[in-house]
Design a protein around this ligand. Structure first.
Ligand SMILES: Cc1cc2nc3c(=O)[nH]c(=O)nc-3n(C[C@H](O)[C@H](O)[C@H](O)COP(=O)(O)O)c2cc1C
Length: 403
């Protein structure tokens, strides 16, 4: 070791973008207030369909702190007692606060669902107003709802009225496309209707998950409302959360794809918000231990068959960027039992370091764009508040990507 490096702090393992980002200074950031809930660090796990079920939420929560939101749960499926929907909405006594994202476009269902969720012990309810899926927007649901301000107001009002003081939040996109931005109106309506915070995924529905999230829109929303604003889009490393909050002034961050196969990101976030350097990323051996832990939790929650089926996509995300990961992923894609997974992983070099290339590698969604389909004549009647007639069943909707 040279004299120059003797006694110096270990080098950050991060991308160039994060190299010089200072960790939080004492008092620089405040806890996120969601009604009576105080959330520190101001970090929220994004609702993600097929992802943020109880097993993954528990895994993330053990690494850090914050609010961990369920995947979107359709009100119709939940109110009809659809078995799978009720399972996806469920939790375990160790989860606190308990947070559920609701999908509906009907004020009556919205109110009923919130009342039931609160009876069931839910502490926070989020409303999905950003689902970009064609089948949803073409009936006027999801990301199309904020186009109809009065309909959005009716849904939110019913939720707040039935939440018995529990915080209700909404999560929106920037709008339909660059020609039809709705986030400013959505912020106004949310605030007027007593919502505790608004989350903005800073992309339009047309963009899906492509391109860079427009953090300036988050800053603009923050300066136009007095309720807390949660910024969402492109937080891949813990330092991105600090950059986003510093640049936009938002009150908290929502973590989406950055934590797919990287639940330890929440530990890194907890560290940097507490003013500490994050721990170094895990080596392959430690990743394998997390994978096996995750697989056990999925099997316990969904049963061994469905649990291992679900694990296939996780295996691809966990191993991204490690040496020879393409053929490995091919093998892991067909693994059908826990024992098989253990056997495959036992062949790997546990000492291999975490690949830098994986830090900002996109997971979960491709970069395609779409032209958003809306119902015929939809834009001619923006003050119409009739709920759309959506024709899909809960199981189908829950397989969509929700936002
Ligand atoms: C697999 C997947 C499923 C998603 N499901 C939902 C959902 O159910 N509800 C929702 O509001 N957003 C959903 N989203 C969007 C995320 O919550 C988040 O807004 C988006 O990924 C942008 O954040 P990111 O750039 O950090 O990934 C989903 C995203 C992904 C990748």
């Amino acid at each position: 070791m040279s004299d120059a490096s003797a006694g110096s702090a270990p080098q950050r393992v991060c991308s160039e973008l994060s190299r010089d980002v200072p960790v939080a200074a004492p008092g620089e950031f405040q806890p996120l207030r969601l009604g009576a809930l105080s959330v520190w660090p101001p970090v929220v796990l994004a609702p993600m369909a097929g992802v943020t079920n109880y097993p993954f939420r528990a895994l993330c929560r053990e690494q850090g702190a914050g609010v961990y939101v369920s995947e979107m749960i359709t009100a119709r499926g939940y109110l009809n007692g659809n078995r799978r929907t009720v399972l996806l909405a469920s939790s375990r006594p160790d989860e606190s606060p308990r947070s559920v994202q609701v999908y509906t476009s009907d004020p009556k269902d919205a109110g009923e669902m919130v009342a039931r969720l609160v009876d069931d012990g839910v502490d926070h309810v989020d409303l999905n107003l950003g689902c970009p899926v064609r089948k949803v927007t073409s009936h006027g649901g999801g990301a199309a709802i904020p186009v109809k301000r009065r309909l959005m107001a009716n849904i939110v009002r019913a939720m707040v009225a039935n939440a018995r003081g529990k915080p209700v939040t909404v999560k929106v996109r920037k709008g339909i496309d660059d020609g039809l931005l709705t986030f400013r109106d959505a912020g106004r309506v949310a605030q007027e209707e007593g919502v505790s915070a608004i989350g903005l995924h800073a992309r339009t529905a047309a963009q899906l998950y492509s391109g860079e999230a427009d953090w300036d829109a988050i800053g603009e929303l923050k300066s136009s409302v007095s309720i807390p604003v949660l910024g969402n889009g492109d937080i891949w490393e813990c330092f991105d959360a600090l950059r986003m909050m510093r640049r936009t002034g938002c009150d908290g961050v929502i973590i989406g794809r950055g934590c797919l196969g990287r639940p330890w990101l929440f530990g890194e976030l907890a560290a940097v918000f507490a003013g500490r350097e994050p721990p170094p990323p895990p080596n392959l051996g430690q990743v394998i231990d997390v994978m096996l832990d995750h697989a056990r939790r999925l099997c316990e929650f969904f049963g061994p068959e469905l649990g291992m089926l679900q694990m296939r996509k996780w295996s691809a995300w966990y191993t991204k960027g490690f040496r020879n990961s393409s053929p490995l992923r091919e093998r892991l894609r067909v693994v059908s039992s826990y024992a098989e997974l253990e056997r495959e992983l036992s062949e790997l070099d546990r000492a291999e370091a975490f690949p830098l290339s994986a830090l900002r590698a996109h997971r979960g969604k491709s970069g395609r764009v779409q032209s958003v389909s809306l119902p015929h004549g939809f834009l001619a009647s923006r003050d119409d508040d009739a709920p759309p007639c959506e024709q899909f069943d809960a199981a189908e909707a829950e397989s969509y990507d929700g936002g």
